[in-house]
Design a protein around this ligand. Structure first.
Ligand SMILES: [Zn+2]
Length: 245
């Protein structure tokens, strides 16, 4: 007799497998990131089919097979219907799902990541003013990086440890945060091939704010298009570095 495991989770990805199976990647409350196989779930007769899909918040039940977890039950808690009907929201949660799938360790429980993921999905679902959508994504990403132990150094230079003065900064994922103009210059003269993204004082302030404030506050932030553009560039650079790209 197999033991049945039950937990809550958000479906991050699904992919077809074999003739009628599907593999689901979920981030769960009690098991962290897991993969479960929905046996014959693509058949019309499958009862579970309508209860599990990408970006559903579900209660999931599975058994541990020889090498894979097999889905035995799924109950919908929230389909996030507003999010599903909005293309921009979908793009945003897809990026979040991609980050979690790529960076969260398999089957490592982290209650803080679970809470962050769930509250971000709920905030995106309930969001009325789309201006805050990108900020919510960055809120998730920077807090997620921090929870994984990759919190960027944003107050002193990551190389010389001098307090950062309000001037041009560079973000170096390799050094784990912001690098001052002088250190960056020195390293470039020595032909050290690190990736440096120029980052404005405002963008650094935004990241500091996002990491330290509750999610509700992030929606009250005022920023200009340029700051957001820069935030996207540095978030991407940091993420690509972390996944080894
Ligand atoms: Zn420095």
């Amino acid at each position: 007799m197999h033991q049945h495991y039950r937990t809550k989770g958000i479906v991050l990805l699904k992919k077809d497998s074999g003739e009628a199976d599907q593999i689901f990647v979920l981030y769960t409350q009690d098991f962290g990131r897991i993969e479960v196989v929905g046996k014959a779930i693509r058949k019309i007769t499958s009862k579970l089919k309508s209860n599990i899909d990408v970006f559903y918040f579900i209660e999931v039940e599975f058994i541990q097979g020889k090498s894979k977890k097999i889905l035995t039950d799924a109950v919908v808690i929230d389909k996030f219907l507003s999010l599903r009907k909005n293309f921009k929201k979908l793009v945003c949660v897809s990026q979040i799902a991609k980050a979690v799938s790529a960076l969260a360790n398999k089957e490592q429980i982290d209650g803080n990541v679970w809470e962050l993921l769930l509250k971000t999905f709920k905030a995106i679902e309930n969001l009325v003013i789309e201006n805050s959508l990108e900020i919510l994504k960055h809120y998730f990403l920077w807090n997620f990086f921090s929870l994984l132990g990759y919190s960027p150094e944003l107050f002193v230079c990551s190389v010389c440890s001098q307090k950062l003065l309000p001037q041009t900064f560079f973000l170096s994922p390799h050094h784990g945060g912001v690098v001052c103009w002088e250190c960056c210059n020195k390293m470039q003269k020595q032909n050290q091939q690190f990736i440096f993204s120029e980052i404005s004082v405002n963008a650094v302030k935004l990241v500091r704010f996002l990491i330290n404030q509750p999610i509700e506050m992030s929606q009250r932030l005022s920023f200009c298009g340029n700051d957001l553009h820069e935030l996207t560039r540095v978030s991407d650079a940091y993420f690509n570095f972390l996944i080894g790209g």
